[in-house]
Design a protein around this ligand. Sequence first.
Ligand code: SF4
Length: 210
Amino acid sequence: MNDISKLLPGYNCGSCGYRQCRDFAAELKSAEDLHKCPFLSRDNLRGNMERILNLLGEALEDEKIIGIIDGLEADFTLAPLRDECSCREDIHPFDTSVEVEVGDFLRYRPLGCPVTHFAKVIDKTPGSIFTVHMVGPLHRLGNDDFEFKDAGLCMILAFDGKVAKGKVPKVGQTVRFVPEYCMMQKVHSGMVVGVEGRNVRIEAIDLKVW
Ligand code: SF4
């Protein structure tokens, strides 16, 4: 963790809950922890954030990853791509009559998952496939200005994200993974179709892992 320590701001301000940057580095367990340091998201330190994520992933390569809901072992956890709020998911509603535009919020339930999801549409492609960022199961509910469209039951087609804990897979490999934001910490499976550094695209998603 010494290398990670060198990439932290060095202000020793305590905002992360540790008195010194090096103590924070020693306790880092996941990509999400990095958000506790308010300086790493600043433009001048974004490059450091990326390098820390890579070092953290390598340091945690051999860590065992067990899904909480199913107790199954996964190959890796998936964190958001750089500067994004969640992994990207490509989803396809069974009810294709729902009219969806980029920027809309959707409420839907993934096939194979009992949890209702809320997500923001960031892209759409012909054939009713929408790329979304997760905004959480309870995001701003109860707030009058929160409007969403009901997309019903959806197939989850693909994930784009960064390998956080675990080894980076190869293209063509069938993998088990846990999206870091998954409320159920459920093991998902799929086939890796693209790898760039620690960024991966996984398709043929199946939420029933046997
Ligand atoms: S918040 Fe950032 S700068 Fe401050 S002590 Fe923690 S790691 Fe160092």
